[in-house]
Design a protein around this ligand. Structure first.
Ligand SMILES: [Zn+2]
Length: 387
């Protein structure tokens, strides 16, 4: 399968195109395929026979008849190959194994502590991948590739994490992901995790919304932006920059050294710091902060509401600039409290310029914690099609 998808010769152009169409629209008949690609019927039949014989697709029953002989449906064989998706994040990292339809077959979760240096993390990751290759009897050709969604900034062409600001352990200043995963004969794609999450949300749930902002409100703030279904990216893939838009002129000093950044108000780190100062405690974890909120601690609740207010302002600025159709919010406070999401949206709506257009649709991330890992598997698959 990998040989087929990495073959970029002219001869392989049409077979790959047909495969991609069946992957996207299957189960589908030849007649419906012909609406997406203009081919002579004999050519179409020959190409489909080739894909059937190679074991990449299969017949999937009979489609509706329009009078004549009922047409055969085709779909991809999910288990023809496998993809690994990796979410490298500050607090929790995650590895998933998916089939060709991005169904999650297995997953491994890592809590990132201050001893999780790159050596420790990649030892664990490579160990898990080795184990899966054995358990699921995955051959070199059937391991399609490894997609990685990481904390930025990232040099995306080199697949390198550079100066990530937020890992707890040391050693993450310059990490080449291809070098760390070189033992596997697999294609690699690396992007910022927020972009990966945006891709996953779009792919699984909202194909109709192709202009989308995906905000990760975690220990830091990251955001992915899709325009016409494609990631808006630049060389560094540094979507953490969205956390440093200014929401308060001359405001609180941010970790980046400037004043009034969204991150100085709305990240878990900022809220935790404020809560510790206000309640005269120290060394609390983000989880403990959220527990205090759940237990009804008024100080914690009011700090989280203030964070939501500023996050809404940041979102409003992004919406005014990019006019997305959809805004997706992701993060522990979004999923773990009853009010955070609503407060953010209320503040965003109060600050969005909306004389001439309607508000975007706001929603919580559908794939929750799995969004980044699954999204990076999808991005890996998409990387074979140069679109
Ligand atoms: Zn900043």
């Amino acid at each position: 399968m990998k040989e087929f998808l990495t073959d970029d010769s002219r001869k392989n152009e049409l077979p790959k195109k047909i495969y991609k169409l069946i992957h996207r629209f299957g189960p589908i008949t030849k007649i419906d395929l012909a609406q997406h690609i203009q081919l002579k019927p004999t050519t179409m039949t020959r190409l489909i026979d080739e894909l059937l014989q190679a074991g990449y697709i299969r017949e999937a029953g009979i489609g509706p008849s329009s009078g004549g002989r009922p047409p055969i449906l085709y779909e991809v064989i999910e288990t023809a190959a496998w993809i690994i998706g990796i979410d490298l994040s500050r607090n929790v990292s995650r590895i998933v194994l998916t089939d060709m339809q991005f169904n999650m077959v297995d997953q491994h979760v890592m809590l990132m502590t201050n001893r999780h240096t790159p050596d420790i993390v990649f030892d664990e990751i490579t160990g898990v991948i080795r184990k899966w290759l054995q358990i699921y009897s995955i051959s070199d050709d059937a391991l399609l590739g490894i997609g990685v969604g990481a904390v930025g900034p990232i040099l995306r062409t080199e697949g390198k994490i550079v100066g990530a600001e937020s890992f707890l352990a040391s050693g993450w200043e310059q990490v080449s992901i291809p070098a760390r995963l070189s033992e596997f004969p697999a294609v690699l794609s690396v992007d910022n995790g927020a972009n990966s999450a945006a891709i996953a949300e779009h792919y699984f749930y909202d194909e109709l919304y192709s202009n989308l902002i995906y905000y990760i409100n975690g220990y830091g703030i990251r955001g992915g932006v899709l325009h016409d279904g494609k990631v808006i990216s630049h060389r560094q893939g540094d979507t953490s920059a969205l956390g440093h838009i200014i929401v308060q002129a001359n405001g609180k000093v941010c970790v980046c050294g400037k004043s009034g950044c969204l991150s100085a108000y709305a990240t878990l780190a900022a809220m935790l710091e404020e809560f510790e100062a206000a309640s005269d405690r120290s060394g609390l974890s983000a989880e403990q902060f959220i527990e205090e909120i759940s237990a009804g601690n008024e100080i914690a609740v009011s700090i989280a509401k203030q964070g939501a207010f500023y996050l809404g302002i940041g979102l409003a600025n992004m919406v005014n600039t990019l006019r997305p159709e959809m805004v997706v919010l992701h993060g522990a406070l979004v999923y773990g409290t009853s009010f955070f999401f609503d407060e953010v949206i209320q503040s965003a709506k109060a600050h969005i310029y909306s004389n001439d257009v309607s508000f975007p649709t706001f929603k919580e991330g559908s794939l929750r914690e799995q969004a980044i890992a699954l999204g990076s598997a999808i991005q890996l698959f998409q990387s074979f099609f140069n679109e």
